[in-house]
Design a protein around this ligand. Structure first.
Ligand code: HEC
Length: 100
């Protein structure tokens, strides 16, 4: 494989990794959001991730895109494209009964 192809393989063609997304949300989102499926209680008015996942019309790609722009009330944390995609992939695992 050429160097150019290896770079493409490492960046753009990388599949989103829900396990890494899980790590990231535990670190950066769990102060405000319920991040696990079936997690109880409410910390703030922030929407639980399982609720987001179960909405009709949930779309992993759209969520990843949304996440590139920090939402109001969220500390100014800038996610990389890769982290946004991983988080979206993780949240999408909360949709079904599937374990990650
Ligand atoms: C300081 C608290 C805080 C943190 C940290 C935070 N959020 Fe939020 N988030 C909120 C609040 C509050 C809302 C509700 C929308 C609003 O009022 O801006 C929200 C809304 C959202 C929404 C839209 C929910 C909807 O109903 O469509 C998504 C998606 C989201 N957050 C993802 C994340 C992710 C991913 C992280 C971690 C990288 C994160 N948030 C970190 C407070 C936070």
């Amino acid at each position: 494989m050429s160097v150019a192809l290896m770079i493409i393989g490492a960046n753009t063609a990388r599949a989103a990794d829900p396990n890494n997304g899980h790590d990231v949300v535990n670190r950066w989102c769990s102060n405000c959001h319920l991040v696990e499926r079936g997690q109880k209680g409410s910390i703030t008015e922030a929407t639980p991730f399982a609720t987001i996942a179960k909405r009709t019309g949930f779309d992993e790609a759209k969520l990843a895109f949304f996440l590139l722009d920090p939402h109001p009330k969220m500390p100014n944390l800038q996610l990389t494209r890769r982290e946004a995609a991983d988080i979206a992939a993780y949240i999408s695992t909360l949709r079904s009964g599937r374990t990650r």
